[in-house]
Design a protein around this ligand. Structure first.
Ligand code: EPU
Length: 335
């Protein structure tokens, strides 16, 4: 089941393992081996993670990736894992989990400062309670603040980028503050680069009546509840809507009659056709990917449109640090 990475000799692996161990020990960061993406992502599929590092503060997270970079060790960052499809093979880079970098949301006037691992739905609830408006549309998105910043999460008229005053980013092992105005906040895409770790942010919100904010948040949640699958193993919308077209990819896949279409343990959600959900113990990342590629192929044929992935595809042997993709899946979906 596990493929060996041809580029790494056993000596390389042993040296790297010793280096990762030393970094974790020196920085006092929890290190776990043998975890699986199937346990750490909402699609509940995906292979073994060689090393999982779990820092507990923004400073610790910055120092961790700084040390990994100094040692030339490839890493990737995972938040709630609610927008990631990792393939079934053994992933030999270090995964830095931001889940424990959460602390509490710190409110001051119209501003709130929060760390990357903090839950986005929880932040929306707390902001509403404080009488602060601007993110209530995002209330039902099951991710971390870091993940939301990374891809400029949006729903029901709100996008997180619209209210970001500054973002804290890891640079050279330290926490550096970047003004939100220096970041491009596009549709499900930002100018942050692979290799850049987002640690937290300060949002500037708008005072409003707490009850009204809560009512808008509840309305968005109800809409989501009525039109999107809940409780299912999904990664949200799988594809972006075609840019500038005003079309809904979900509606178009639905009209193509693909709701319920299945490949192994993956199927097009019968509730919203832009959701691929997985079912059963035997479900594989390969099932979801095969189904997604089948949809893209049909979409190309019937509409002449090349669907772009909205979820991130993580290949075990992808040269992600160089933005390259040599073979296999090719598409990285980060575009
Ligand atoms: N529709 C169908 N069949 C379907 C799905 C949708 O007919 O299977 C129809 C709906 O009835 C509606 C229209 O298509 O008339 C648009 O649907 P929806 O309101 O669900 O919007 P969407 O464009 O499919 C986008 C985002 C969602 C976000 C909602 C609400 C993308 C790719 N999707 O969906 O984001 O929650 O708007 O703002 O931009 C996500 O990012 O993961 C995500 C789910």
């Amino acid at each position: 089941m596990v493929e060996t990475d041809e580029k790494q000799t056993p000596v390389d692996t042993a040296t790297r393992d010793a280096q990762v161990e030393e970094i974790a020990r020196r920085l006092g960061v929890r290190a776990e081996r043998g975890r699986r993406f199937a346990e750490l992502t909402s699609l509940r599929v995906g292979g073994v993670i060689d090393w999982l590092l779990v820092p507990e503060s923004e400073e610790e997270a910055a120092a961790t990736v700084g040390a990994l970079e100094d040692a030339g060790i490839a890493w990737r960052v995972l938040g709630a894992g609610s927008n990631v499809l990792a393939d079934d093979r053994e992933h030999r880079y270090v995964v830095v989990s931001m889940r424990e970098v959460k602390g509490g949301a710190r409110f001051e006037g119209e501003r709130v400062s929060v760390s990357a691992g903090f839950s986005l739905p929880r932040l929306c609830v707390e902001a509403a309670r404080q009488g602060l408006s601007g993110i209530e549309g995002l209330g039902g998105i099951p991710g971390t603040v870091g993940g939301a910043l990374w891809m400029n999460a949006g729903a029901y008229g709100h996008e997180i980028g619209q209210v970001v005053e500054s973002v804290r980013v890891a640079r050279g092992g330290r926490v550096v503050e970047v003004p939100g105005s220096e970041v491009s906040w596009d549709y499900r895409h930002t100018s942050f680069k692979e290799g850049e770790l987002l640690l937290g942010c300060t949002l500037k919100l708008t005072p409003d009546d707490a009850e009204k904010i809560k009512a808008r948040m509840d309305e968005a949640k109800q809409k989501r509840f009525a039109t999107q699958p809940h409780g299912a193993r999904s990664a949200g919308c799988f594809f972006k809507n075609p840019p500038g077209s005003g079309f809904s990819t979900g509606k178009m896949i639905d009209e193509m009659g693909l709701k319920g279409e299945r490949r192994g343990g993956a199927l097009v959600s019968p509730v919203h056709a832009n959701f691929i959900v997985t079912e059963g113990e035997e479900a594989k990342a390969a099932d979801a990917l095969a189904l997604a590629e089948e949809i893209r192929e049909r979409f190309r044929r019937e509409h002449g449109i090349e669907l772009e992935y909205e979820v991130e595809l993580w290949g075990a042997d992808e040269e992600f640090k160089d933005e390259g993709s040599e073979e296999g899946e090719g598409e990285t979906g980060k575009g």
